[in-house]
Design a protein around this ligand. Structure first.
Ligand SMILES: Nc1ncnc2c1ncn2[C@@H]1O[C@H](COP(=O)(O)OP(=O)(O)OP(=O)(O)O)[C@@H](O)[C@H]1O
Length: 246
């Protein structure tokens, strides 16, 4: 099983001098190809900070953080930009551009990759169909419900077939049925495309979509199981004990 992310001895600090504050402590985490891993943990524990480091949106300064075999500690701007092209991002606030239709929002993300305009348009329409929005391709975000906007955000994250999807609280603004639909859709598309997902959530109702669950507490990542997804038995036991506790 190929690791998509390998993190060893990662510390992270915000601020400088007297204001310097350690946020992440000695993080170790491996994410394998095709896995869906959920990271849970209290507010302010460091989940988003770790997610942005993994996504190449912030530079790590110590330890080792490899994404698709590229070491991000000490990586230059060009290397960070290159790694970001392999990652799909889904955030709590869908971050759609209000002046663009659903199709244009999705298409924007493939335009970073070399495609003809016609192909980019067709692929955007196809993925919007896959997320059940075939009748809303030309709608603007203001004309869509919260769940529909989050589906557009999923389509946008997955249209370029990224190897890794990082999702920060993708169900936070949704009711329980829409939240469930959204994660099941992410799971289905990820399985079809063979990509890995790391999903940060407080939502205990969606924990069962994960192959593994890791927990952040005060900047420490606990309950981590670095077993590849082939060893499903131990993973399931782990999930049950965590779900019962949470
Ligand atoms: N840009 C920043 N500068 C300084 N401190 C920050 C910055 N961003 C986050 N922090 C601090 O880092 C800690 C971890 O924040 P982070 O957003 O990673 O937590 P989280 O687990 O994602 O929380 P939540 O579940 O509420 O989103 C918090 O104490 C926060 O105040």
């Amino acid at each position: 099983m190929k690791p998509i992310i390998e993190i060893h001895n990662l510390d992270f600090f915000f601020g400088q001098g007297a204001l310097k504050k350690q946020i992440l402590f000695n993080i170790h985490l491996t994410l394998y190809s095709g896995e869906i891993v959920i990271m849970k943990g209290p507010s302010g524990s460091g989940k988003t900070t770790l997610l942005t480091l993994m996504g190449g949106l912030r530079s790590p300064h110590s330890g080792s953080l490899k994404v698709l075999t590229q070491e991000l500690v000490g990586a230059n701007r060009r290397q960070m930009v290159k790694i970001r092209r392999n990652i799909g991002y889904i955030f709590q606030a869908h971050n759609l551009l209000n002046s663009l239709t659903a199709r244009q929002n999705v298409q924007m993300s493939i335009e970073l990759h070399p495609h003809s305009e016609k192909e980019a348009k067709q692929r955007s329409i196809d993925i919007l169909k896959a997320v059940g929005l075939e009748d809303h391709v030309n709608y603007y975000p203001a004309q869509l419900s919260g769940g529909q906007k989050q589906r557009v955000a999923i389509a946008r994250a997955l249209v370029s077939h990224p190897k890794l999807v990082l999702a920060d609280e993708p169900t936070a603004s949704l009711d329980s049925k829409s939240g469930r639909d959204v994660v099941e859709l992410m799971q289905k598309l990820a399985r079809e495309q063979g990509c890995s997902i790391l999903l940060v959530t407080h939502d205990n109702r969606i924990l069962d979509v994960a192959d593994r669950i890791v927990e952040m507490e005060d900047g420490h990542l606990t309950e981590q199981v670095v077993t590849p997804p082939t060893a499903k038995g131990s993973v399931t036991n782990h999930q049950i004990s965590l779900s019962a506790g949470g």
